[in-house]
Write a protein that binds this ligand. Structure first.
Ligand code: ZN
Length: 353
């Protein structure tokens, strides 16, 4: 059975003889038509119809022969103006994830391997503002396996932005609260928790080694912790996304895929400055943290499903919440990098694999 692609709206401009699918050019398509047979064809397709039945009806009611009609239908199937109803029904059969699957279908004109994300193990370092919202979004998107590492307790001042926590959680350990609440969202979930402040390799190496993806939302001790995480991810060949903010600017990235894109060590800026004042209590803003988490999770989902043509691998996205200025920085991989460069032993080992 065939139907008009129901994931995007169709517009027919009879005056200019144009059929457009989708509201925006980046996912939409436009075709010009010469003959009214197109309009008739879409009239029949308002309801599901068998291909043979469609050809028969058009042959009877237009001056076109079967071959022309068949070629036209095949062209429209190829361009995804027309799709298979059975394929569409399979997507909407899934109660929980059907809207999300339709979203991927809308962008791809094809099913993506959604089941790929189910068993991927995501290691989340820090379940403060960005980590706690990110795990919430990931657990709702179909990810079932997590390791979370944090040693903080919920404080009243967290509630303005850390949406997963509420008043009843104040004073409790964040990792415990997350485990309990995520189970209420998705009962298939499996979360390993670790109540630990990361200070050296041994605190986190095992978890990195056993994960499929690392989301790093921690930045203390400043200039030290991210390097430690970067180096371990290079060592164990794990993709890592660093997400955070500075003042009012969201910084999503660098997104490091070891040996394929620049790592933190590749882009290291030698600075001689050191912080002199106490910045223990950092200004923070709910809308900014939620925005960072949304883009972060979109990147993680896309890493596994590949449903978009663009991504942030090897880049950082900067978005200033103050004036909405956006910038994407492309990081150059340094072939002399001590951690992931050509001369690095582990890289030679990787290339031989
Ligand atoms: Zn590097």
């Amino acid at each position: 059975m065939l139907i008009m692609n129901p994931t995007k709206p169709f517009y027919i401009d009879k005056k200019n003889k144009v059929i457009r699918m989708g509201n925006f050019k980046y996912i939409g398509k436009e075709i010009e038509y010469e003959d009214e047979v197109f309009i008739k064809l879409f009239d029949y397709l308002k309801k599901p119809i068998k291909k043979k039945e469609l050809i028969d009806s058009l042959e009877k009611n237009t001056s076109y022969d079967r071959e022309d009609i068949d070629n036209t239908i095949n062209y429209l199937i190829e361009e995804k103006f027309i799709i298979n109803k059975e394929e569409y029904d399979e997507l909407i059969d899934d109660k929980i994830y059907n809207r999300e699957k339709l979203y991927f279908y809308m962008l791809n004109d094809n099913k993506v391997m959604f089941d790929n994300i189910k068993n991927k193990k995501i290691l989340i370092l820090g379940v403060g503002a960005i980590g706690s919202i990110s795990i919430n979004l990931l657990a709702r998107s179909g990810f079932n396996n997590f390791i979370i590492v944090d040693n903080d307790y919920v404080e009243e001042s967290n509630l303005i932005r850390q949406l997963t926590y509420d008043k009843n959680d104040i004073g409790k350990l964040k990792v415990n609260i997350i485990k309990e609440k995520m189970y209420n969202i998705n009962s298939n979930i499996n979360i390993k928790i670790k109540n630990k402040l990361i200070l050296e390799d041994i605190d986190i190496e095992k978890e990195i080694e056993s994960s499929d993806f690392v989301l790093c939302t921690i930045d203390k001790p400043i200039r030290v912790i991210r390097r430690l995480i970067n180096d371990l991810c290079i060592k164990h060949n794990k993709p890592v996304l660093f997400s955070g903010f500075a003042e009012s600017t969201a910084i999503i990235g660098p997104f490091v895929v070891p040996y394929k894109s620049a790592c933190l060590s590749c882009i290291e800026n030698i600075t001689n400055d050191e912080i002199y004042n106490n910045v223990e209590i950092v200004p923070s803003y709910g809308p900014l943290c939620n925005l960072i988490s949304s883009i972060t999770v979109d990147e993680i989902i896309n890493y596994f499903l590949n449903f978009k043509k663009t991504n942030l691998i090897g880049k950082s996205l900067m978005f200033n919440m103050y004036n909405y200025e956006t910038e994407i920085i492309n990081w150059e991989k340094n072939k002399n990098c001590k951690k992931c460069g050509d001369k690095n032993d582990s890289n030679e080992f990787m290339q031989k694999l």
